[in-house]
Write a protein that binds this ligand. Structure first.
Ligand code: ADP
Ligand code: 5GP
Length: 207
């Protein structure tokens, strides 16, 4: 019997801050431990409990620029006043090894990757790419979740809420959108997307 072929998927998740990316990413990584999580670089300070090299690579602006200038970042963007970027080599290496890759990236970064891939649809990244926009059920719930997370001061929460409304406008650029209302239901939707995308037939995949 022929085994089910499995396409390696580059799964990019975006959501307004507090939308639930981190929570959903953790669930996915627990269930699919082989998935490669792309650790981003950022110039923001670590939050309590965050570990350099596990949650982010925490860099100063000079080092961030150096990496961007030598082409080591697949994309980069300014988010909430800090620079964020995705290291390129680890993502390509994981896909080459047939592993799924999970990325948590803002709407600007996702747009940059899409632009890149439009020019190279047959590249390793282009053939693996899937993006999902995660939406909070409504503004009041988003505020409650940001406040409940207790990681940001009031001014930061206001800025993130303001940015959230802007970010929602990018929704129709994504292949999939899911509402993170009930966590179990949202996770089931995300999981279903990944499993279906494993089975997608890509023309010229073996070319
Ligand atoms: P993001 O990474 O997108 O900023 P988080 O995953 O940190 O968002 O979620 C923000 C807060 O909301 C966290 O405290 C998290 O536990 C909580 N949260 C996430 N999803 C849900 C949900 N479906 N129901 C209730 N609380 C949730
Ligand atoms: P946080 O500081 O709350 O962890 O993340 C803030 C925002 O930055 C989130 O929207 C997150 O998706 C985004 N982000 C994290 N890493 C990257 C990255 O490498 N590139 C881009 N463009 N955005 C990122």
């Amino acid at each position: 019997m022929k085994p089910q072929p499995k396409r390696a998927v580059l799964l990019l998740l975006s959501a307004p801050s507090g939308g639930g990316k981190t929570t959903l990413c953790c669930r996915l990584r627990e269930e699919f431990p082989d998935i490669f999580y792309s650790i981003s670089c950022t110039t923001r300070r670590p939050r309590q409990g965050e570990v350099d090299g596990r949650d982010y690579f925490f860099l100063d602006m000079e080092e961030f620029r150096r990496r961007a200038d030598r082409g080591a970042l697949l994309e980069s963007a300014l988010v909430h006043d800090y620079a964020y970027g995705t290291p390129r080599a680890p993502v390509e290496e994981a896909l080459r090894a047939g592993r799924d890759v999970l990325m948590d990236i803002d709407v600007q970064g996702a747009a940059r990757i899409r632009d890149l891939l439009r020019r190279e649809p047959q590249s390793l990244l282009g053939r693996s790419y899937v993006d999902v926009f995660i939406m909070p059920p409504d503004e009041a719930t988003l505020r409650r979740r940001l406040e409940g997370r207790a990681q940001d001061d009031a001014a930061t929460i206001e800025r993130r809420l303001h940015n959230a409304l802007e970010e929602m406008r990018w929704l129709d650029q994504y292949q999939y959108a899911l509402v993170n209302d009930n966590l179990e239901a949202a996770y089931d939707r995300l999981r279903a997307i990944l499993l279906a995308e494993h089975c997608r037939v890509i023309a010229g995949r073996n070319a």
